[in-house]
Design a protein around this ligand. Structure first.
Ligand SMILES: [Zn+2]
Ligand SMILES: [Zn+2]
Length: 122
């Protein structure tokens, strides 16, 4: 499966980021979901917790509206990722295409990636 965006739009009014993928699928991410899923080591609680797919908890976590859930800028990082810059100045999160696709909140992608993100506790 190829995972490449053909179009990326951030809408500050609806507080959503939309990505159109090259398989014609459109993902719509609320800003607070993106912030909750920030893949950087500090948000994930250490390098050992950094995973290729988002933690399932990010879909139930609700973040209050604040400068940390307001997207300030979207920066293309190489040909493989986006860096999201937040109004509180946080800009460590590099969201690669696979991570973003696995973060798509639609039902179809939740079914596809939901189990992949499941982990055993030991
Ligand atoms: Zn982060
Ligand atoms: Zn989807």
């Amino acid at each position: 499966m190829t995972e490449h965006p053909t179009n990326i739009t951030a809408n500050k009014k609806t507080r959503e980021l939309s990505i159109v993928w090259d398989d014609a699928h459109t993902s719509v991410y609320p800003f607070d979901l993106l912030r909750a899923a920030c893949p950087c080591a500090s948000c994930r609680g250490g390098h050992e917790n950094m995973k290729p797919e988002p933690d399932p908890n990010v879909f139930v976590l609700k973040m209050a509206e604040s400068s940390s859930t307001r997207l300030a800028n979207v920066v293309k990082t190489g040909s493989y990722a986006l860096t999201l810059v937040w109004e509180d100045g946080h800009d460590y999160g590099i969201y690669n295409w696979h991570y973003l696709r696995a973060l798509c909140p639609c039902e179809e992608d939740r079914k596809k990636f939901g189990n992949a993100g499941e982990q055993k506790n030991d």
